[in-house]
Write a protein that binds this ligand. Structure first.
Ligand code: ZN
Length: 191
């Protein structure tokens, strides 16, 4: 395992390191580099290409999804409720009980351990795989309850949102979709 963290604030770095050690137990990953930015605009790769995207608190990139960026200014806006979310159920229920930084970190880690083929994202076959799988879990779970509207925006976001809900509630979730993912992918059972 090789997880590195670039962060100028020692307290935030320690918080991240502590939570990563937990994530590594639940869903190990060979390599991850985490860069913490004061502002999303400091991320030349993201800030310049996409502009000051409101609501984007973090992202995961790289062929093996092993580069994570976290944006403290965006996280603080959500934490302090300085921005109005698109809907009251934009985030998963567990977001009421954990800090926004931990929520985003866990969500992005979820992207990092998603087994779907990122390198094939733009091929028709990959898209078909994603569409089919997404339809399958929605049908299987029936009408999703206790699932975030953000998670419904696409299969990958659904995976990451379910990952947060399951792990941060220690499996004690009412979300049928989070339970479906946990069961299907053998997520940690917290027994
Ligand atoms: Zn995401």
């Amino acid at each position: 395992m090789n997880v590195s963290i670039t962060c100028t604030d020692p307290a935030i770095k320690a918080t991240i390191r502590d939570h990563v050690s937990r994530l590594m137990l639940w869903a190990p990953k060979d390599h991850m580099h985490i860069t913490v930015y004061e502002s999303i605009m400091d991320d030349k790769e993201y800030g310049t290409d996409n502009g000051p995207t409101d609501g984007c608190m973090g992202c995961t990139s790289g062929l093996k999804q092993d580069h994570m960026a976290l944006y403290l200014d965006q996280i603080e806006k959500v934490r302090s409720k300085a921005v109005e979310l698109p809907s009251p159920t934009w985030f998963m229920p567990v977001s009421e009980h954990i800090d926004a930084l931990i929520y985003v970190l866990t969500h992005e880690w979820g992207h990092g351990v998603d087994p779907a083929p990122w390198s094939m994202l733009d091929t028709p076959m990959a898209q078909m795989f994603l569409d089919t799988t997404r339809e399958y879990w929605i049908n299987d779970a029936g009408c999703p309850t206790h699932f975030s509207d953000y998670g419904m925006t696409g299969y990958r976001e659904g995976w990451a949102e379910a990952f947060v809900e399951w792990h941060m509630s220690y499996g004690h979730t009412e979300s049928d979709v989070a339970r479906w993912f946990a069961n299907r992918y053998g997520w940690y059972s917290f027994k």
